[in-house]
Design a binder for this molecule. Structure first.
Ligand SMILES: [Zn+2]
Length: 97
């Protein structure tokens, strides 16, 4: 997704039930409605969980819009830390913010 480079994270919003989710789908995973709208996240979230692997830090970030995604984090974090998306290559990346 091209907009990762600007630190913007696109997600899908269900117009039927209001559910927000990240992974591209044709239908809402909650209500199976097909009226989906693409929106851009603020980029702000908190660390839901994380793991360190081969020198990198990988976290599940809960965005303020309510959806979660898996992302690289560029510095040491703890669960509950506030983070913000920064321009990355390919997948979202976060720093404390
Ligand atoms: Zn829905």
């Amino acid at each position: 997704m091209e907009s990762f480079k600007e630190g913007k994270i696109p997600y899908l919003h269900c117009l039927d039930c209001g559910y927000n989710f990240f992974y591209p789908r044709d239908r809402c995973p909650r209500c199976h409605g097909g009226k989906l709208e693409s929106r851009l996240s603020s980029g702000r979230g908190v660390i839901f969980s994380y793991t360190e692997f081969q020198g990198g830090i990988y976290a599940i970030v809960e965005m303020e819009e309510g959806f979660r995604l898996y992302a690289n984090v560029r510095e040491k974090v703890r669960i509950g830390d506030r983070v913000v998306a920064v321009p990355g290559k390919g997948r979202p990346e976060f720093v404390k913010g």
